[in-house]
Design a protein around this ligand. Structure first.
Ligand code: 13P
Length: 249
């Protein structure tokens, strides 16, 4: 059985003070949510407030990006050991916004994933196709290439410690959601890659989250797909009541 992971990606929203306010409202709403793991990824400067607020609860905290080196002359960057030391358990790697706006590459994704694992963090490795790739029928090929280059370099043992997020890039922040069937098809394509590279048990065990305009009113249909093992939620995770109702799908 794959335990669902309901994850929030706050992107560049919420100060530390706003983070504390969110948790005050959110925690009581998910106190009984043992059916899933709950993960919140605030901006770096709000990680401390989130870690403090979540201490002693089941809510886990993650960062949204990292550098692949442990330390060094990399102005403006944050390393995996620093993220771990701040109390995070997870880190997003290769989010589509990092790929599109900040030049993240598949090679960089695999370097970061390894560094995250070395630091004791769970990388949430994001893959997904852009709208023109879907329209020209390239979805499976794009996912296969991202898997092969970004995830494939991991060892079997390392693969057993990651999460994958499939985000249909055309559905991010657009209000367009992939239908549960479209999402499940993409998840099956990713799991087929996992099967080919890592074998049956690894493919059956890997948890794949769906991201792209997940809302309280569409989460149930998505989570009804056996292929979908959780959600990575942007906009609808910023409000405590909205994200709690997604967690409690
Ligand atoms: P939205 O839920 O706002 O579409 O964002 C999805 C996303 O990018 C989560 O990482």
């Amino acid at each position: 059985m794959r335990k669902p992971v309901m994850a929030a990606n706050w992107k560049m929203y919420k100060t530390a003070a706003e983070t504390a306010v969110f948790f005050e409202k959110f925690l009581p709403l998910v106190a009984g949510s043992g059916h899933c793991e709950v993960l919140i990824c605030p901006p770096y400067l709000s990680v401390g407030a989130a870690v403090d607020a979540a201490r002693g609860t089941r809510v886990q905290i993650g960062a949204q990006n990292m550098h692949s080196k442990k330390e060094g002359a990399f102005t403006g960057e944050i390393s995996a050991p620093m993220i771990r030391a701040a109390g995070c358990t997870h880190v997003l790697v290769g989010h589509s916004e990092r790929r599109q706006l900040f030049g993240a590459t598949d090679q960089g994704v695999s370097d970061k994933a390894v560094a995250a694992l070395d630091a004791g963090l769970t990388p949430v490795i994001c893959v997904g196709e852009r709208v023109e790739q879907r329209q020209s029928g390239e979805t499976d090929a794009v996912l296969a290439a991202q898997f092969r280059k970004g995830i494939g370099p991991l060892s079997e043992e390392q693969f057993g410690r990651i999460l994958i997020a499939y985000e249909s890039v055309w559905a991010i922040g657009t209000g367009l959601v992939a239908t549960p069937e479209q999402a499940a098809d993409a998840h099956r394509a990713i799991r087929a890659q996992a099967l080919a590279r890592y074998g049956t048990d690894a493919a059956a065990g890997i948890r794949i989250l769906y991201g792209g305009s997940v809302k309280p009113d569409n989460v149930k249909g998505l989570m009804a797909q056996p292929e979908i093992d959780g959600a990575l939620v942007g906009g609808a995770s910023l409000d405590p009541f909205s994200f709690a109702s997604i967690v409690n799908f």
